[in-house]
Design a protein around this ligand. Sequence first.
Ligand code: ASP
Ligand code: MG
Length: 418
Amino acid sequence: MGRLVMKFGGTSVADVERIRNVARHVEREVKAGHHVAVVVSAMAGTTDRLAGWCREAAPFHDAREYDAIVASGEQVTSGLLAIVLQDMGIPARSWHGWQIPLKTDGVHGAARIAAIDGDEIRKRMEQGQVAVIAGFQGIGPDKRITTLGRGGSDTSAVAVAAALDAACDIYTDVDGVYTADPRIVSAARKLDRISYEEMLEQASLGAKVLQTRSVELAMVYKVPLQVRSSFEPPDAANQNKPDGTGPGTLVCDEERIVEQHVVSGIAYSRDEAKVAIRKVKDQPGVSASLFGPLAEADISVDMIVQNVSADGSTADITFTVARKDLQKAIEVLNGVKDKIGFQELMHSADVAKVSVVGIGMRSHAGVAARMFKSLAEKGINIQAITTSEIKVSVLIDEAYTELAVRALHQAYGLDAKH
Ligand code: ASP
Ligand code: MG
């Protein structure tokens, strides 16, 4: 039996009773002969509360102190789980990021993992001790605590699994990855497998199951990820099989996906806002003078559409930003208005992005056409479009989000057959 990393999110460790439930999942894998490391998040709501206190203390605060404060949530759960495991007769100890050590760069609040020394943990796991690791945190070059950005425990887990050459099970409050949000589409189906690339698109398009960075890491280091629910009973029947199949959804290399589908999921995000700049001169350098200042203000632009007027003298440029950045974007653009010389700036936050994702798009024509056709049949207007090799996204009126997701789910044959 090999090494296994088990990661538990905030709702799975929300109180001591749930931590006991987590310990029973760990016990099952220990009894099956695995050498286990567990990565835990903070109890549900804790990180939000800690971050809120930082903002209350001072709206602009030292990011190093923010890290020292928010990292404490994971320290509590790692200690509690170690105590519960010990109480069940399973040798265990807690590990903070600096004790491993899990080294990161110095970007406090959004650090990236630089190196993990897995020797000590590996040795102890071989002696039968469960390593209970505080997720989300590491140690920076300044020897101070760093955190990996919200949702970062997923990334801790994948990085530890890569360092230990272990499989990685991500336990969460849903039982896997679905073809669409089951709260919107009742006919959504749980996928047995999904490729890293599709999962990466899903995560960056707004599916909250996994932190985007964790999927990137898993893809680079080829760590198979099993996404599964901690709320299923922790009995032996629930165990992963040696071929990697089991409860939940396996995120893996596309070669390992047997059930082929052109589109594997429909994603949506309401976290969008649209900005339209009317009548800018249509000449070289205009886009640079618009998007340069936005980039400098750390505002990411997603979809971009440009239309040139009939006489070719002016252009309208429409683009999207994250909804939280809209006000800042308006300020930045008004600040450069005289320099660029546009006539009007319009904006709207009542938009949503709906996307179809699937690796099958690489080899199948007509995927986008089908999308446009089924939206047209529902009378939904498309305001902007972007594509990548494996996804097509459209911007629509937010009021039609659910209708669009359901229509597309059906159009690509994803509806479960009841
Ligand atoms: N507790 C941290 C957060 O809420 C890290 C995590 O749970 O992944 O962002
Ligand atoms: Mg999470």
